[in-house]
Design a protein around this ligand. Structure first.
Ligand SMILES: [Zn+2]
Length: 302
């Protein structure tokens, strides 16, 4: 019961990479499972609430028929395994909580894959703690560390602040537009810290984590799909061909993630939203905080 997980910073393209890989005949994409399970009746991409969607009710039914554990408790524990507060505990601990949750997660995954008729689940919840949890405790797990140039990530956050939608940080939204320089500083620091935390997971479990640059899906699709196929031990040639030829892709029954998944089909392109404007001041700020990892990932500075 293979469990594939996408981790990385928000606004790094995880929703679209997740949906794209879900078009493989072996991979079932479920979106952001951790936040989806945490919300009562989260919206599924088919347009129905999770409690009304036939797919998710079958998954739940299948899970409940395999275990004595309640669905709500499983959902609550899964959310806990994704919380950043648990990082040190997950890194050094090996509690009964973790062993119990591994069993529940295996049963959930098995039940879901029976409904989907596929070989591997793909969850793009992104939180580094969930990635560490899976890498450490779940045997058949593979972690994709997705990175995007910090200018792209920050420009997207800057756009939201400019539109009055505020700045989201650690599950809260901050709304004062005058504090934009502070928010952007926090954003630059968290790009650095968040990605470094995932780097630490690779040190702990090197064979379970692969670093993938979002931009490479546009710049060198052949090489990136080959690398991913080898790492996941799954043939991705149909998805690769659809991406290279600009063919439409579909969404499965995914939960969580951003609004893009509510359209019926999509054509994958890394060029969308590329030219979002951001003042030079913030670009300088980003380089001051992010240069070490920008250098390691091979990102341009000017
Ligand atoms: Zn659905």
């Amino acid at each position: 019961m293979k469990y594939i997980y996408i981790t990385g910073r928000g606004r790094s393209g995880s929703t679209v990479i997740d949906a794209m890989l879900g078009n493989s005949k072996s991979i079932e994409s479920v979106g952001e499972l951790v936040s989806g399970l945490g919300r009562f009746n989260a919206m599924c991409s088919c347009g129905k609430g999770m409690n009304d969607c036939g797919y998710w009710t079958s998954v739940r039914h299948n899970y409940e028929s395999k275990t004595a554990q309640s669905w709500d408790k499983f959902a609550k524990d899964t959310v806990k395994s994704g919380h950043v507060k648990e990082f040190m505990d997950t890194l050094f601990g090996n509690s009964n909580f973790n062993r119990g949750l591994v069993k529940d997660t295996e049963q959930f995954t098995q039940g879901l894959l029976e409904v989907a008729g596929k070989k591997a689940i793909l969850d793009s919840s992104k939180n580094p703690n969930r990635a560490l949890w899976l890498a450490k405790f779940y045997d058949d797990s593979k972690i994709i560390h997705l990175v995007k140039h910090p200018d792209g990530v920050a420009a997207s956050k800057y756009k939201f602040i400019g539109r009055g939608k505020g700045y989201k940080f650690l599950r809260r939204t901050y709304l004062n537009p005058k504090l934009a320089p502070l928010y952007m500083t926090v954003e630059a620091i968290s790009w650095m810290v968040g990605n470094a935390m995932i780097g630490l997971i690779k040190l702990v479990r090197p064979k379970k984590v692969i670093l993938v640059k979002y931009e490479d899906f546009g710049a060198k699709p052949e090489a990136i799909f080959e690398k991913l196929s080898k790492f996941l031990e799954i043939d991705l040639s149909e998805v690769r061909d659809a991406v290279i030829n600009g063919h439409p892709l579909t969404f499965g029954h995914t939960i969580g993630g951003n609004g893009v998944r509510n359209s019926e089909t999509f054509v994958f392109s890394t060029k969308k939203g590329k030219k979002r404007p951001m003042p030079t001041f913030y670009k300088v700020l980003i380089r001051i905080f992010c240069w070490p990892l920008m250098l390691i990932y091979g990102y341009r500075f000017i």
